[in-house]
Design a protein. Structure first.
Length: 466
């Protein structure tokens, strides 16, 4: 047997030994039709892998980590195949869980809600728990978990932490980071480490909690999380306001902030998106629609609606009932899936800029795309300056053009004092662009952090190559 065949045989044996930890029922090989469901996320990226494993408890997960690490030491020539790519619901928009060889670890079977503590206003859940299931369990309590990405029906606790996920209500309630009290995570050596606490303040030096939040599965495996709950508001109401221009919409958001009027959510939708989602209120071709949601007591909400409508001044619709409000949000949350259906190679940026730069950034993105004859759809959580700029393409040949547009926008957002990703993360899709945007010193420090947690690059090394 020649050397290449011998190496391949040893790798096959290693993978089979690792797969034995979960058993045949929860080990998925490339000859299984389900295997290809694990090679992509919500982007157009397609990856490759050697094996998919679905551990059902922490003990199995720990054994997989330690066994894989042992085989990496025994077969250094096969290290590229003996890596672990962590996966939750697969709803990411940056390619962070798209594998480039190795073993995909599907964590969705670790899905138990461990505790709901109403006195401390926290919920403890395993990493594979779906966010929507948490709020379903909280339905009979006076509390809710406020982080609400559009993908909450499939987004997991671990995935939301790994990407520091956010959503419309982050304007008032914060992102995952602001609602994360504590966690346990597994190191590359298979050790379990606790970070954070139930207390609302603490000063213990470096924050491991903050390092893991947003780490995109590169530093450790988040196994459980303790999340902070909020009192369920007595009343929630939504205003749809039509603005004659996108600049007018941005100016209205600035006025709201200056007056201390902080909505639960403030979404901007351009004319293309408004028509796509068939909203009951339309805007001019160069205009925009604002979704302004308020919550609190009945009196607080009614006062906020009155003050907001007076400030809007133009055409507006108020949705006070739960059914009408949810219908509008369903339209808003369906936009991304509809665009993906129509434009399979669309690329969605999620820049975040200071509010005074919002109108400029929209104009810059659209003007540069029009120069390349690329249509755009722009919407997002504009109340905190977070925009989803979508470059729309039905043909794969246009990808180099829209990747160039994304790079231009990333540079411009950074120049304006913002960031190239407000909530989706860099993943494999944007990290290469980020290397041109952020200074070498930044990447040197990131490399040092990675080496401190995972020196042998067991976890998701594809992101280090991107």
């Amino acid at each position: 047997m020649h050397a290449a065949a011998f190496t391949e045989e040893k790798l096959k044996n290693a993978l089979e030994r690792i797969a034995a930890i979960t058993g045949k029922e929860r080990a998925i090989w490339p000859n299984d039709e389900k295997f290809y469901n694990y090679l992509s996320d919500a982007t157009f990226l397609q990856g490759s892998a050697d094996l998919v494993l679905r551990p059902q408890n922490t003990e199995e997960l720990q054994e997989i980590v330690m066994e894989t690490a042992a085989w990496r030491r025994a077969l250094p020539e096969s290290c590229d195949h003996l890596v672990l790519v962590l996966r939750g619901g697969g709803s990411g928009l940056s390619g962070a869980c798209v594998p480039d060889g190795g073993i995909v670890i599907d964590l969705t079977l670790l899905d138990r809600i461990l505790d709901i503590d109403e006195k401390n206003m926290i919920v403890q859940a395993q990493c594979g728990t779906i966010l929507a299931n948490i709020n379903a369990q909280l339905a009979t309590t006076p509390f809710f978990y406020p982080v609400d990405p559009s993908s909450e029906a499939m987004c997991t606790v671990g995935g939301s932490i790994a990407t520091n996920a956010a959503g419309p209500s982050s304007l008032k309630y914060g992102t995952t980071r602001q609602n994360l009290a504590a966690m346990t995570f597994m190191t590359a050596e298979g050790k379990i480490v606790s970070a954070g606490s139930m207390a609302h303040k603490g000063s213990l030096g470096f924050s491991l909690l903050d390092l893991l939040c947003g780490s995109e599965g590169r530093l450790g495996i988040i196994t459980t999380a303790t999340l902070r709950l909020r009192p369920r508001p007595e009343s929630v109401a939504l205003i749809l306001a039509a603005c004659p221009s996108e600049a007018d919409a941005a100016e209205l958001l600035i006025k709201l902030r200056q007056k201390g009027m902080i909505p639960r959510a403030a979404e901007l939708l351009d004319a293309f998106t408004v028509a796509l989602a068939d909203f009951p209120l339309r805007c001019p071709p160069q205009g925009a629609l604002l979704m302004l949601e308020w919550d609190g007591t009945e009196q607080e909400t009614e006062t906020a609606l009155e003050n907001c409508l007076a400030l809007v001044g133009g055409e507006a619709i108020a949705a006070r009932g739960e059914k009408s409000r949810q219908e509008l949000w369903n339209r808003r949350k369906a936009i991304s899936l509809e665009l993906k259906r129509r434009y399979p190679f669309r690329l969605g940026e999620d820049i975040a800029v200071p509010l005074p730069w919002l109108a400029h950034t929209i104009h810059f993105a659209r003007h540069r795309a029009q120069a390349q004859q690329i249509p755009t759809a722009i919407w997002g959580h504009a109340g905190d300056g977070n925009l989803h700029v979508n470059y729309l393409a039905q043909d794969e040949k246009l990808l180099p053009t829209i990747m160039h547009l994304m790079a231009e926008l990333a540079h411009e957002a950074t120049r304006c004092g913002g960031v190239m990703s407000g909530e989706h993360g860099l993943g494999r899709l944007k990290r290469r662009v980020a290397r041109d945007v952020l200074p070498p010193e930044y990447w040197d420090m990131e490399r040092r952090v990675k080496e401190a947690f995972d020196r042998d690059r067991l976890f998701n090394p594809a992101l280090d190559k991107a």
